[in-house]
Design a protein around this ligand. Sequence first.
Ligand code: MLT
Length: 304
Amino acid sequence: MYRILTLNHIATKGLERFGREHYEVASEISHPDAILVRSFDMHTMEIPEGLKAVGRAGAGVNNIPVEALSERGIAVFNAPGANANAVKELVLAGMLLAARNICQAWAYTRELQGDDAELHRQVEAGKKRFAGFELTSRTLGVIGLGAIGVQVANAARGLGMEVVGYDPHMTVGRAWQLDAGVHQAASVDDLVARCDMISLHVPLNEHTRHLLDADRIRSLRPGSVLLNFARDGIVDAAAMVEALDAGHVHAYVCDFPSRQLQGHDRVIALPHLGASTVEAEENCAVMVADQLRDYLEHGNVRNA
Ligand code: MLT
C-alpha cells in the first residue's frame, strides 16, 4: 500500500489514478511515500521520513525545496505544459484588457447614474477617456519560449500581431512548434527595443530575478504593456511603479498581487489565475499522478 499526502486541493480526475487497492490518498497522513502539492510552500515544512517523491501539479517548482529533496534522494516531478493553454488564454485576455482599458472602463460604467441625457453625456466622455489601441499591427515580445511562451507567440500571430521571441535555451522540439512568422531577438535588450507589448514566460531563478530591471524598464517603448504571468520578482516592482507613475508604461498586467503595485490605476493584478481552469487543473493532476505511480511502482523517472 502506497501512502500519498495531498497538501492542496488536487483535481479528482488526478486522484482517481491512484487505485484504492494500492493507494491511500489523504490530506493528513503519516509517513507518506509521496506528496502531491500545488501552491503550498514546502520550504518551511519538515520533510517526512521515508518520503520518496513529490509531485507538483503545475509547471513552476519555486514552492518546493528541490535541492534539499534531491540531496536526500527524493524525486521531484512537475507538469510542464499541462496548463499552457489555460495560461495562454489568460495572457490574451490580459493583452486585450490593457489595450482597450477594459478594467477602468468597466469600473466607470458601473458607477454611471442619471437620466438618459446624462447617461448619454457620460458615455460620450467615457468613449474619449478610455479609447484604446488595436493589437493587430503591434509587436509582441515573448521572453521564454517554453510550452507557454510558444503558445502565446503563436496565438498572437493568429491575432495579426508581429511577434518577436527570445529564449537562449530553446529546444529543437519547441522551435518546430513555433509559427514560422515569429522573429527571434538577439537578446532581451534587443527584444525590449523592438516591442510594444512584452509577455514574460521564464521561471524565477538567480538568472531571471529582476530580468526586467530599472534600465530595461526605462528602455521600454513609450506606451508599452508588460505582462507577467510567470512570477513576481522577475520585474523590479519599484522601477515599474516609477514607469507607471510617469505614464511611460501604459499598463502592467500580472498574475499576483505585489505590495508596491497594489491599487495602482495602471496595474491589472490577478490572484494567480493562469492555471485555474477545470481543464488545466485536471491535466496537471493527471500528469503528475501518472508520474508518481510510474515512479513508485516501477522506479521510472519521466521528468525529475
Ligand atoms: C504553475 O507553475 O504552473 C502554476 O503556478 C500552477 C498553479 O497555479 O498552481
